[in-house]
Ligand binder design. Structure first.
Ligand code: CA
Length: 288
């Protein structure tokens, strides 16, 4: 069970590494950040018009994120899958430099459409590729349109992103986060504590949610260094008014330690596996 779940996050990291592989992310000349002035020249850089069409299909599985204090489902994370439930890796392997933008955009639209079609009443968490966003305001338009078309409220959408190994353009990532927050979305730093997603990003930008990486969660109940680190993250986030979410919980002992540490939002096989083209159902017993 552990190995299957472990596959989820590294795959996303793989996308980011992949997305970051192209160094020449275009941006308007002379602009080090996307301002209202940039947005005033909509549709911005026009890269979207040149984006290659996708020549493969994909869909989503949705994994519940639970809130312990209310014993309820807080949100669902949209996880990419092949049309017949194939792994995320098999889908991502088909994305190339020409289709990265189209893929990122299509992911948002399909995740929202799927969530609405399934009658999702909770929040929807969408992973995005910072290197597939050129100008936040221009590149968000199809997301707005999808939310409008399918009647999914903006304030129920969370954008989560990890700071991948090769995402070196920190100001760009922080700018996207800030703009998305301004547009009314919620934001989350993914894989916190793993690799490059870490403290210095948090010092520059405080999202709504920090997702503690599953590597720190695994066996946290039996691992003193992990306990110290998790307690530090919780304390830090409390001071910054950032919610903490722990992902990859597989055992009741992990749940209990994290609960007692003050973590209220959790995700993992212990609660529910990703549900293919469906909303996972959480057994109330997992809260006991
Ligand atoms: Ca994620």
């Amino acid at each position: 069970m552990g190995s299957a779940q472990t596959a989820v996050v590294p795959l996303h990291s793989q996308v980011l590494a992949f997305a970051a592989a192209v160094p020449d992310r275009p941006r308007q000349s002379g602009s080090s950040s996307t301002s209202d002035a940039d947005a005033g020249s909509m549709p911005g850089c026009g890269r979207c018009k040149n984006a290659a069409a996708l020549d493969f299909e994909f869909t989503f599985a949705y994994q519940p994120i639970v809130q312990l204090s209310t014993r309820s489902v807080y949100a669902h994370e949209a996880l990419v899958r092949g049309p017949n439930g194939e792994s995320a890796a098999s889908v991502l392997a088909q994305v190339n430099d020409d289709t990265r933008y189209s893929f990122d955009q299509a992911c948002r639209v399909q995740a929202i459409r799927g969530a609405a079609a399934l009658g999702m009443k909770e929040s929807l968490s969408i992973n995005f590729l910072p290197n597939a966003v050129y100008q936040p305001k221009a590149c968000i338009q199809s997301t707005f349109e999808a939310a409008r078309t399918y009647g999914f409220p903006i304030e129920r959408i969370i954008f989560e992103v990890t700071e991948g190994e090769q995402v070196q353009d920190r100001p760009h990532l922080v700018n996207i986060f800030r703009e998305y927050s301004r547009f009314g979305f919620r934001t989350a730093i993914d894989d916190f504590g793993a690799g490059y997603a870490g403290l210095s990003l948090l010092s520059e930008y405080q999202p709504d949610i920090v997702k503690i990486d599953m590597e720190l969660v695994r066996d946290v109940d039996r691992n003193l260094p992990k306990q110290a680190i998790v307690l530090g993250i919780v304390s830090m986030c409390r001071a910054l008014d950032v919610q903490v979410l722990a992902e990859g919980i597989e055992t009741i002992a992990e749940r209990n330690f994290l609960r007692d540490a003050g973590v209220d939002l959790m995700q993992g096989y212990f609660f529910c596996k990703p549900a293919f083209k469906a909303l996972g159902r959480v057994d109330p017993a997992v809260f006991d």
